[in-house]
Design a protein around this ligand. Structure first.
Ligand SMILES: Cc1cc2nc3c(=O)[nH]c(=O)nc-3n(C[C@H](O)[C@H](O)[C@H](O)COP(=O)(O)OP(=O)(O)OC[C@H]3O[C@@H](n4cnc5c(N)ncnc54)[C@H](O)[C@@H]3O)c2cc1C
Length: 505
């Protein structure tokens, strides 16, 4: 990336900025690292291959902030999760993303499963997880979660577990990092890296970036990035998890409900989302195609059967969406956070679950590595840890609505009726630092298209707003970047061209 510096009054000199840190990947991990490092007086660039950040695994997962009892003690991910869970409280206060610590149940349906709950409890308490208890009193359990199956024998209650909107949190991290000087570059797929004279030359399809430290947070693609520097010591297997999403208010759960776990995953859970929906999922299936996000009849059947073991009255008629996410699974089954043999290159790879829960502690670890590498970490005097809470129409009182519409009439123009999202919220989402540039970018920032009609009514209006704000023709507005254009041309233009061709005009 080249920058113009006005060296003298007479002429411009073009120099290449060498960033102190380049981060590859704008998922929750890359963005948490960017935000943590943005406290310090260093130049940081984040490169994301997609049209928006939070487009990979971060977009489709369970959104659970795990308490941390589940992973075996031999894994790094256990402590990073336990500590990471604690770091959420301060981060949420500063960044104003939606988080609710509603607590989780691991549900034993058979007597033999109780032993496992007891082991989780005992080890968890020793490792500092607050409030863990095994509850046997069925009446008490069903009072805490009336939708749970009456077959329940006991539950492990973890009150520190919570739910979060993973992509809204990632946008918050990016907005705050950008406010503190991090440069975000989207549509920048890293295709080649050269390390020469302690400088990383990072080539994307259109630019070259240079940096003295390079952090690989490329999720499913992280082994490919590592291999670009000749470091071929791990592979990533995509493991698909399918979900079924139920409409808001069709069922109201109080708790995150896990079955007793299996060897490959935490099992199919039933869980409320931060916006009042409920989902069942994910299952777990190793696949070959790193981009395969399809759902299958067999997979969804497995999800439904699994979910109904915990919540027999799942509202089957109120399903609004199926989707899948891909876990980035390394052979070691543990996070790979390495100061590698290539000086200045840090792998943050294989961040499978509970990666979301651990993002803040992973970012702290990366910061420590950079300090070890000798990068001077001087705190910025003007560092601003706060990101303002996005204003939401649905949270306003009637008086506030009147006031807001008087201030700006676009608060009164409702674009998405399912989720009650006015034009003003969409404009704010586009105008934010690292703001929305695609229809999905708007949807994931402020929810138009998330409701029952799934965008059927509001999409044309969103295209219009994006077109106006970004000063682009409708045809160039995409759903989620590359080749996902929605409007081919204006019907009127096509008819005029056709008439001209036929000589009728
Ligand atoms: C089904 C499922 C359920 C889960 N549930 C939970 C949960 O409840 N709680 C929890 O704690 N964790 C959960 N996880 C794990 C969690 O989602 C991940 O740990 C986390 O999202 C990983 O984030 P990431 O930033 O490493 O990866 P990603 O979000 O995939 O980000 C990597 C980014 O790198 C970009 N990229 C890739 N290659 C390049 C390149 N060459 N150039 C530039 N950019 C590139 C990608 O486009 C992507 O945006 C779950 C995961 C799955 C799949």
């Amino acid at each position: 990336m080249y920058h113009k510096i006005n060296k003298t009054l007479d002429y411009w000199v073009i120099v290449q900025l060498i960033y102190d840190v380049i981060i590859v990947g704008g998922g929750v991990i890359g963005c948490a690292i960017a935000r943590t490092l943005s406290k310090y007086d260093i130049n940081i660039a984040l490169l994301e291959k997609e049209a928006d950040i939070a487009s990979g695994t971060t977009k489709a997962n369970s959104g659970v902030v795990h308490a941390g009892y589940a992973a075996d003690r031999k894994y790094t991910k256990r402590n990073l999760c336990i500590h990471g869970n604690q770091l959420y409280t301060k981060a949420q206060e500063e960044l104003n993303f939606p988080l609710r610590r509603i607590g989780s149940f691991v549900v034993a349906l058979e007597d033999y499963q109780i032993e496992e709950l007891e082991t989780y409890r005992k080890n968890g308490i020793q490792d500092g997880i607050p409030g863990l208890e095994v509850i046997f009193d069925k009446e008490k359990i069903l009072k805490m979660e009336p939708n749970l199956t009456p077959e329940v024998v006991a539950v492990l209650h973890a009150p520190s577990a919570g739910i979060v909107s993973p992509y809204e949190m990632t946008f918050a991290l990016a907005e705050n990092a950008a406010t503190n000087g991090v440069k975000f570059f989207r549509n920048q797929e890293v295709i080649k890296i050269k390390h020469q004279d302690y400088v990383f030359h990072v080539k994307t399809r259109t630019e070259e970036f240079q940096g003295s430290h390079l952090i690989n947070a490329a999720g499913l693609y992280s082994s490919r990035i590592s291999k670009m520097l000749g470091l071929d010591y791990f592979d990533i297997i995509p493991r698909k998890g399918e979900y079924i999403l139920f409409d808001r208010n069709s069922i109201r759960l109080n708790k995150i409900l896990f079955p007793s776990p299996t060897k490959v995953s935490k099992g199919i859970l039933v869980c409320p989302t931060i916006h009042g929906n409920t989902f069942a999922g994910p299952n777990a299936q190793n696949i070959v195609d790193i981009d395969d996000l399809s759902t299958t009849t067999a997979g969804l059947k497995e999800v439904l059967e699994g979910g109904m073991k915990l919540v027999p009255n799942l509202p089957l008629k109120s399903t609004i969406r199926n989707f899948a996410g891909l876990r980035a699974v390394p052979e070691s089954m543990d996070f790979i956070i390495d100061n590698t043999d290539v000086y200045g290159f840090i792998n943050v790879a294989g961040i499978l679950s509970p990666g979301l829960s651990s993002c803040f502690s992973i970012a702290e670890k990366v910061q420590e590595f950079l300090e070890l590498l000798g990068l001077t970490m001087k705190k910025k005097e003007d560092y601003n840890p706060y990101r303002p809470k996005p204003e939401r129409f649905v949270n306003f009182s009637n008086d506030e609505i009147d006031l807001k519409i008087k201030e700006d009439p676009s608060w009164g123009r409702i674009v998405c009726r399912c989720e009650t999202v006015p034009e003003k919220e969409i404009l704010n989402a586009i105008r934010a630092p690292v703001g929305a540039r695609t229809v999905d970018g708007v949807k994931f920032r402020c929810r138009p298209g998330m409701g029952r009609c799934q965008g059927g009514f509001c999409r044309p209006r969103i295209i219009e707003l994006l077109s106006k704000e970004l000063n682009l023709p409708y045809e160039e507005i995409t759903k989620r970047g590359d080749d996902t254009n929605i409007v081919v041309c204006r019907t009127k233009d096509r008819i005029l061209t056709e008439l001209k061709r036929k000589g009728a005009l």
